[in-house]
Design a binder for this molecule. Structure first.
Ligand SMILES: NC(=O)c1ccc[n+]([C@@H]2O[C@H](COP(=O)([O-])OP(=O)(O)OC[C@H]3O[C@@H](n4cnc5c(N)ncnc54)[C@H](O)[C@@H]3O)[C@@H](O)[C@H]2O)c1
Ligand SMILES: [Zn+2]
Ligand SMILES: [Zn+2]
Length: 339
């Protein structure tokens, strides 16, 4: 079975996957599809190099079928269709003890700190598994992880039915935040500067605008009778997005920062005083977010297949990275990991 090894310096090498026999509490998975995300692109560019052991196998947005299980694994058997919640918390730090193991102080992110899913066969702890229902294709199954990010973000925002949400940034995560918020009964406007992504979001039934052409604060004000948005999600990771996010909320509105910034952005704290705003962060997901993501995906309420713009073979991973770097006409790129 194939694997693609990252060797640093923007270089991948196609080789053979090392089949790790599942130890106690582990399962071995035949990987079907793995999505590429911005984090993988950051690794390709040399970010977080101190966390990687080279050569490194990336990938954490996957679907597959269990090949074998290790000792002590009772709930899973060969043939089960699964996706992985790629978090391995320590279990004893203050965050874990407080019940927030998804943001464990010593969190190992599987696919960064340990080998990932961009290979034909992959061994992970059984506690990371979630079952994929038969109604969900394995391609859509590889989208569950980013959907779970969106479910967590919306849950952290405390968004209620009928509320108005503004989402800044319409990449895979922003568009999913908008779709999940809409599925939860919110009114949503999505702002995105890439016109291909604006058009795709519109095709999916979202109210999407390009803030380079539209006065976003004015539009949000108009849509809310002058009040402002109940919730603003900053998912662009840009200074312009951080500038805009404080201009959109209503009095006592909430801002949720989902994006990861290359540099700490400037934030207009005056608006927090003036409108008594609330700001929170949202990071990855908890088990319940994965379960909700699978449920939403399986009921067909999210047009996941239409977010997948490319499916490439494993040996074209480098092309996938270049395509994402271009920032042009792509949304989610999946890699087929079976030979
Ligand atoms: N909180 C978490 O756990 C978590 C998980 C996954 C991703 N992320 C972060 O969330 C962000 C989004 O992820 P993604 O995979 O969708 O990335 P992405 O880079 O594909 O999407 C960002 C989008 O924002 C758009 N954009 C840039 N400037 C803008 C502006 N001024 N106004 C409107 N849109 C603008 C870009 O065109 C792009 O489409 C990234 O920063 C990523 O690192 C966070
Ligand atoms: Zn990801
Ligand atoms: Zn911990």
């Amino acid at each position: 079975m194939q694997a693609v090894f990252f060797e640093g310096n923007r270089t991948f090498r196609v080789g053979e996957s090392v089949a790790v026999e599942p130890g106690a509490g582990q399962v071995q998975i035949r990987v079907s599809f793995c999505g590429i995300c911005g984090t993988d692109l950051h690794l390709f560019h040399g970010a977080m190099a101190h966390r990687l052991t080279l050569p490194h196998v990336m990938g954490h947005e996957m679907s597959g079928t269990i090949a074998s299980v290790g000792s002590g694994v009772a709930d899973w058997r060969a043939g089960d269709r699964v996706t992985v919640r790629p978090l391995d918390p320590c279990g004893h730090c203050p965050a874990c003890v407080a019940g927030h193991s998804h943001i464990c102080h010593n969190l190992k992110f599987i696919g960064i700190d340990t080998p990932g899913a961009l290979q034909g066969i992959w061994t992970v702890p059984a506690h990371t598994l979630h079952r994929l229902p038969d109604s969900l294709s394995l391609r859509e199954g590889a989208m569950v992880e980013p959907v779970a990010v969106a479910c967590h973000d919306v849950r952290m925002s405390d968004l209620k039915q009928g509320e108005f949400a503004a989402v800044i940034g319409g990449g895979p995560i922003g568009i999913l935040v908008a779709l999940v918020a809409q599925a939860r009964g919110a009114r949503v406007v999505l702002a995105e500067v890439n016109q291909f992504r604006v058009e795709l979001a519109r095709d999916l039934g979202l109210d999407a605008v390009n803030p380079l052409e539209t006065d976003l604060p004015q539009l949000v004000s108009d849509r809310t009778g002058g009040a402002g948005a109940d919730v603003v999600f900053e998912v662009s990771g840009s200074q312009a997005g951080a500038d805009t996010m404080t201009k959109l909320p209503r009095t006592r509105g909430r801002i949720v920062v989902v994006a990861i910034y290359a540099e700490p952005p400037k934030v207009d704290l005056f608006r927090f005083f003036w409108r008594e705003l609330k700001l929170s962060g949202a990071r990855v997901y908890e088990a319940e977010d994965f379960e909700l993501a699978i449920e939403l995906a399986a009921t067909g309420r999210l047009p996941l297949a239409r977010l997948i713009t490319d499916v490439l073979p494993l040996n074209r991973l480098e092309d996938a990275m270049h395509r994402m770097e271009g920032g042009g006409d792509c949304m989610k790129i999946l890699v087929s990991c079976t030979d």
